[in-house]
Design a protein around this ligand. Sequence first.
Ligand code: VGL
Ligand code: ZN
Length: 204
Amino acid sequence: MKALLIIDIQNDFCPGGALAVPGGDTIIPVVNRLIDRFDIIIQTQDWHPAGHSSFASSHQDKNPYETIEMEYGTQVLWPDHCVQGTHGADFHPSLITQKTQVIIRKGFRKEIDSYSTFYENDQKTATGLTGYLNRCSVTDIYAVGLATDFCVKWSVLDGIDEGFSMHVVKDAVQGIDLDGSVEKAWVEMAQKGANILTSEEILS
Ligand code: VGL
Ligand code: ZN
């Protein structure tokens, strides 16, 4: 079985949002077309409590995009974004969400961030998605959404470690790009064995 994994297509990651990914909303029509071709649809939702430890505003003398050492390693600090229950945390209104059967919320623990939809950033705390997908006999996961260099990348790398065949639809993702991080993400995903393809190859 194959599943479509729609990552973080939320208002705050789209133009006008608090952590806008350049062109973040341009992928939505592509994602909507892909939804038709899958029976298993999973969405992720970045879902932070106010004062989350990944927000620069939670640390003295820190600006967004600087880094900090956390117990679990280096963490990029972000503008406040995707705060639980706010408009910024809602899915973009153009995204078709009716067919989605599971929504994985992540980053909801104040002291730990979560980019990947399989593990939080300590690389130990599981979200439980692997169990769900295994019970549904999913072997192949097609990743789309935001952002290529953070949540998409970590989900794809962890998905491979969890034993899934991971596919990344390159015209259905967009990146933040801090110091070449998008280019690096493509290399890391390809080197680990992700299959990179276009939406055309799925739709045709
Ligand atoms: C993301 C930064 C912070 C993402 C989430 O969805 O890629 N990036 N929180
Ligand atoms: Zn976040």
